[in-house]
Design a protein. Structure first.
Length: 71
């Protein structure tokens, strides 16, 4: 997981789905030099948009999921 991981609330099933997607893509939550782990999508629609971008461009899922903005 990493040192900057914060678990979602127990009943927030949507957040747990996004977290599961991130972990299966091998995205971790380590602190960077400037603070937290950086951008991580919080909604399933944001994660799906980044995964669609990754499929269309051939970019690895882990890299696409941590993009703050899509080109």
């Amino acid at each position: 997981m990493g040192s900057a991981f914060a678990a979602p609330r127990r009943r927030d099933t949507a957040a747990w789905r996004v977290l599961s997607l991130l972990l299966h893509a091998d995205v971790r939550f380590h602190k960077s030099c400037c603070g937290g782990p950086g951008y991580r999508p919080r909604t399933l629609s944001a994660a799906r948009a980044r995964m669609a971008h990754a499929r269309a461009t051939g970019e690895p899922f882990a890299k696409a999921l941590v993009r703050r903005e899509l080109p």
